[in-house]
Design a protein around this ligand. Structure first.
Ligand SMILES: [Ca+2]
Ligand SMILES: [Ca+2]
Ligand SMILES: [Ca+2]
Ligand SMILES: [Ca+2]
Length: 356
């Protein structure tokens, strides 16, 4: 064996050791691995076997940069107006053949398609990004750490990222806020610190570990830009309450209940109809307060009746008086409480008074 072939033989042993410690991933053999193969040549002279010769080739596997970002689940995040720390979740997967850091950025949009066959109509506020630090797949405020990058994600490794936002009061039912999470591959660098930006190797293949961007185009990024993005969205589930207050004369001192008129001494019935628009979230703990004007005397016998139904025609509500709940009269104010009014439902507060 010549000095050169001994040297190659030693290199071959070393290469096998490297490959043994770095098995192939979904993206192929680990970047930076060396692949050595050796050819041996046997021959005869005059029919007698001669000492053969060998030759080897060593190559370095280059780095193929690729990643995906995907919404966790397939549905929008339903939110209530005025709620805080509302979560959309994403999975960032390193499909490269090397460990990487990933810069994270969340963006909103003004109009345009959301993630679930819907259209963006508003922006959330206080948008933050958290890593699923304890790896349980759930957002845990106070445990999961707010961060602008993922650190040291191994080849084939993935991490859950939460985009967390607040939702303003007063938003209409079915309002949509779309958010896009973009992850951009970075050098792994050192643990705990975001690595430097990646660059592709320009020009011809080198003998060292070159870098090639191999990622696809996501929601808002291009192919082969070392980035990938995905959308998710928030959809508002709001109650849309309207109140109609109507009055009718029940009786007067002269006509009784037959064609009564609103003369002094007449009894008036007030119908307050609280309606929640069809498709809205249920409204709960509804309190109706109605101060009695000075020229009316509250009818203590009739009392305050709540939770009945009403028919509404041409903006006038007519309450049924077979109600199941009772309200109160205190400090000259009628108060009725409704436990819940579902979407598409109308509930009432009814009381009577006499004209002075
Ligand atoms: Ca928006
Ligand atoms: Ca968690
Ligand atoms: Ca790092
Ligand atoms: Ca891309």
């Amino acid at each position: 064996m010549t000095y050169r072939s001994k040297l190659l033989g030693a290199a071959g042993v070393f290469a096998l050791a490297v490959l043994g410690a770095n098995p192939a991933h979904a993206a192929g053999t680990t970047a930076g691995s060396t692949i050595v193969n050796t050819v041996s040549v046997a021959f005869q002279v005059g029919g007698i076997n001669q000492t053969g010769t060998t030759a080897s080739d060593t190559l370095t596997v280059d780095r193929s940069i690729s990643l995906t970002v995907a919404e966790v689940g397939t549905t929008t995040t339903t939110v209530t107006p005025g709620s805080v720390n509302q979560v959309t979740a994403f999975t960032v997967t390193n499909t490269s053949n090397a460990p990487l850091d990933f810069l994270l950025a969340a963006a909103q949009q003004t109009g345009g398609a959301g993630a679930h066959s819907n259209t963006d109509t508003f922006n959330v506020s206080n948008v933050r990004i958290f890593r699923d630090t304890n790896g349980n797949g759930n957002f845990d405020l106070g445990t999961d750490v707010q961060s602008t990058f993922l650190d040291e994600i191994a080849a084939d490794g993935s991490a859950t990222v939460f985009v967390v936002s607040d939702v303003a009061l007063g938003l209409a039912n079915n309002s949509v806020a779309a958010v896009t999470l973009t992850a951009t591959g970075r050098e792994a660098g050192v643990a705990g610190t975001q690595g430097a930006a990646l660059t592709q190797t320009a020009g011809a293949n080198t003998s060292g570990m070159d870098t090639v961007f191999a990622d696809a185009a996501g929601a808002t990024d291009a192919a082969r830009d070392a980035a990938f993005s995905a959308k998710d969205d928030y959809t508002v589930s709001a109650a849309t309450l309207t109140a109609i207050k109507s009055s009718r004369v029940v009786s007067d001192p002269l006509n009784g209940t037959t064609n009564p008129k609103m003369i002094p001494g007449a009894t008036i019935q007030y119908c307050i109809a609280i309606s929640n628009a069809s498709g809205s979230a249920a409204a709960t703990s509804i309190t109706v307060n109605d101060p009695i004007p000075a020229n009316l005397i509250y009818d203590t016998t009739f009392g305050v009746r709540t939770n009945g139904t009403a028919t509404i025609a041409s903006g006038v509500a007519t309450c049924a008086t077979d109600t199941t709940g009772t309200g109160t009269m205190a400090s000259n104010t009628v108060t009725g409480t409704l436990a819940s009014v579902a979407g598409g439902e109308t509930r009432t507060v009814v009381f009577q008074a006499t004209i002075q």
